[in-house]
Design a protein around this ligand. Structure first.
Ligand code: ADP
Length: 247
């Protein structure tokens, strides 16, 4: 029960890595506000997880969504201790000069602006209680980019840089900020990066020394640790959850 009594907002908890993080947090004793723009997905996960999870429909590219989630955390559970910025969008492989502005804006708004919005919504509260943990879900692409995913990879590199900058500013207030870098995962997002089919999948697995894709459970385990008091001396890190890919 690493997170007993803790109250968390987890964005994008309706699917994939976020769903794994929600489930793990509940197992570890946390109460969770699950914010997702997909209402049905949020309700499904919340329904399966029981009364420790409250779903809310919201878009991480807007500040209001985070404010509403923080309000729900306080009204439903009586506080807020943790923010997990997990919701993200992927891009298909593209030569970098061919990405249109619409997709670029979506990547910037969901993968980058979300971290800014989340910070604006929760940091005043975290400062008032002199504690708090923020976890940003970045990507191995942010540290070890491959060709043709440049703007996605750059957005994740920004998330890692933001994690470090936030950590150094917020440490004196008792607030920790960390990131995890998932390698390609067994989630619906994967097909955006690599298309479908067993052959594509096998090609990706072959680049991961441990010999498998990552799972939502892997991310849940790492996230629970970094957001728990066990990690009270750890801030500003980006932890590769990558089966050795970035070695
Ligand atoms: P991953 O592999 O990163 O877990 P998924 O596509 O499986 O990717 O899950 C991402 C989750 O984030 C989905 O439930 C999706 O609805 C949610 N999401 C995506 N964009 C937003 C957004 N702008 N605001 C809130 N939730 C979002």
């Amino acid at each position: 029960m690493r997170l007993a009594g803790k109250i968390a907002i987890i964005t994008g908890g309706g699917s994939g890595f976020g769903e794994g993080i929600v489930r793990r947090f509940v197992e570890e004793g946390a109460s969770v506000v699950l914010m997702d723009r997909d209402e049905a997905a949020a309700s499904r996960v919340a329904g399966e997880a029981g009364d420790k999870v409250r779903p809310i429909t919201g878009d991480v590219s807007t500040l209001e969504s985070f404010v509403a989630a923080a309000d729900l955390a306080r009204s439903a559970f009586g506080g807020l201790d943790i923010l997990v910025n997990n919701a993200g969008v992927a891009q298909p492989p593209l030569p970098l000069e061919t990405m249109d502005e619409g997709l670029f804006d979506r990547i910037a708004n969901v993968n980058m602006r979300s971290i800014y919005n989340g910070a604006r919504a929760v940091v005043p509260h975290f400062k008032s209680i002199k504690s708090g943990a923020i976890l940003n879900v970045a990507s191995t692409g942010g540290v070890s980019p491959r060709p043709n995913l440049t703007w996605y990879n750059a957005s994740k590199g920004w998330a890692i840089a933001a994690t470090r900058a936030m950590a150094v500013e917020l440490a004196p207030f008792g607030i920790r900020v960390n990131a995890i870098n998932p390698v390609a995962g067994d989630t619906p997002l994967l097909s955006t990066f690599i298309g479908s089919g067993e052959e594509n999948r096998a090609r990706v697995v072959a680049t991961i020394p441990i010999g498998r894709l990552s799972t939502p459970q892997d991310m849940g385990n790492a996230a629970a640790f970094l957001c728990s008091d066990e990690a009270s001396m750890i801030t500003g890190v980006d932890l590769n959850v990558d089966g050795g890919k970035c070695i």
